[in-house]
Design a protein around this ligand. Structure first.
Ligand code: COI
Length: 362
């Protein structure tokens, strides 16, 4: 690694009280005392440092604010049952961030420096990691374009930063099944677009559909493909998997419209290599899902994501009708995947694929 990370002192006045009730953490509301940050100019990253968590100073003309040249990642750190602090497959997030950067014409971050920044920051902030199972330290690496310029072109300056904070369940009702509604009016991504990368703009594009679903009484929106408006893609913050008879079906990544989830990949590996369950990555028509719900072929449906972990889907709304999935509870396979994934992450179960990376003790 070429650059050393400077660790700045944390004055007593910059220390915040930690939330005391871990059961009431919610998601994305609390941030720790420190952050990692570095700036890019003249073709290189400079001054990587861990400093007190503080507001950014940006020109009101900063390009990220006007043209959404902004990408991010979502990861978690855990206290394991035996007193270690770990990350889950951080190399996958690092690689994905660099792929997002490539698509949005932003600079690459040296993977070794990125991992070192994650490890040092999480190690320093380890007292912020909740100990309650299901809770963790959420990690949000972010890159923004900072040229003060209103012409449309890639920026020449950037800020890369990482903030962290304690979280519980992503959905406000906790780890319970959610309902999703198919949007027929809006699409999230199209072939040739940026749907496969973690661009802030994708989430802005999802808001109208999300509000539409909420107004109709559902928790989340289920996206269909943007070309045929026929094939199931993903949910606002999770990849989607459907258990049809004894086969697990999920949308393929090759169209470039689906976010290649780290949890999705982990689930597919568990299903294929450990459970020996049949998996199909193929375009899945929404009609097949709805027919499955009507005939009983659709045994389970669940979402996967870093924030959402494994979340059961109890109901699917389509064309004004609500369709129950299985018995509306958490299915057998969904529960098994949740237990195994969380078990690996919290160090309670063997880690057959060596997904867990230790951060503390060093
Ligand atoms: C995650 O699962 O980490 C995500 O980034 C989804 C998010 C937008 C909450």
């Amino acid at each position: 690694m070429s650059m050393k990370i400077e660790v700045q002192p944390l004055p007593e006045s910059a220390r915040k009280p930690k939330p005391t009730d871990e059961k009431a953490l919610g998601f994305g509301k609390h941030f720790s005392d420190r952050m990692f940050i570095m700036e890019y100019e003249s073709g290189q990253w400079r001054n990587p440092r861990i400093q007190p968590y503080a507001p950014l100073t940006l020109s009101p003309a900063a390009m990220c604010l006007h043209y959404a040249q902004e990408i991010f990642e979502g990861m978690k750190a855990y206290w394991t049952a035996d007193g270690r602090v770990t990350l889950f497959r951080p190399q996958m997030n690092i690689a994905r961030m660099n792929r997002s950067a490539e698509l949005l014409q932003m600079p690459q971050v040296d993977p070794d420096l990125f991992l070192e920044a994650l490890q040092q920051l999480v190690r320093l902030e380890r007292d912020w990691i909740p100990r309650t199972e299901g809770c963790s330290l959420y990690i949000r690496p972010t890159m923004i374009a900072t040229d003060p310029f209103l012409g449309v072109r890639p920026s020449e300056t950037y800020i890369f930063y990482i903030i962290v904070g304690p979280v519980g369940a992503y959905y406000p009702r906790g780890f319970v099944p959610v309902s999703i509604m198919v949007s027929e009016k809006y699409v999230r991504a199209v072939r040739g677009g940026i749907g496969s990368c973690k661009a802030a703009a994708n989430y802005a594009a999802s808001l109208a559909g999300q509000v539409e679903a909420k107004k109709a009484g559902f928790d989340q929106v289920l996206w269909l493909d943007g070309v045929h408006r026929k094939y199931v893609e993903e949910v606002g913050t999770m990849n989607m998997l459907f258990v049809l008879d004894d086969t697990v079906v999920t949308a393929p990544l090759d169209g470039g419209t689906i976010l290649p989830g780290v949890t999705r990949d982990s689930v597919l590996k568990l299903l294929r290599d450990v459970y020996k369950v049949k998996v199909e990555e193929r375009p899945l028509p929404i009609d097949e899902v709805i027919d499955g719900a009507k005939t009983g072929r659709l045994k389970e449906a669940f979402g996967s994501g870093t924030a959402a972990i494994i979340t059961a889907v109890s109901e699917i709304g389509y064309r004004g009708q609500r369709h129950k999935v299985g018995d509306g509870g958490v299915g057998r396979l969904t529960q098994r995947l949740y237990d195994d994934l969380v078990g690996i992450q919290y160090g309670k179960k063997p880690d057959p694929f060596e997904w867990v990376v230790r951060v503390y003790p060093e």
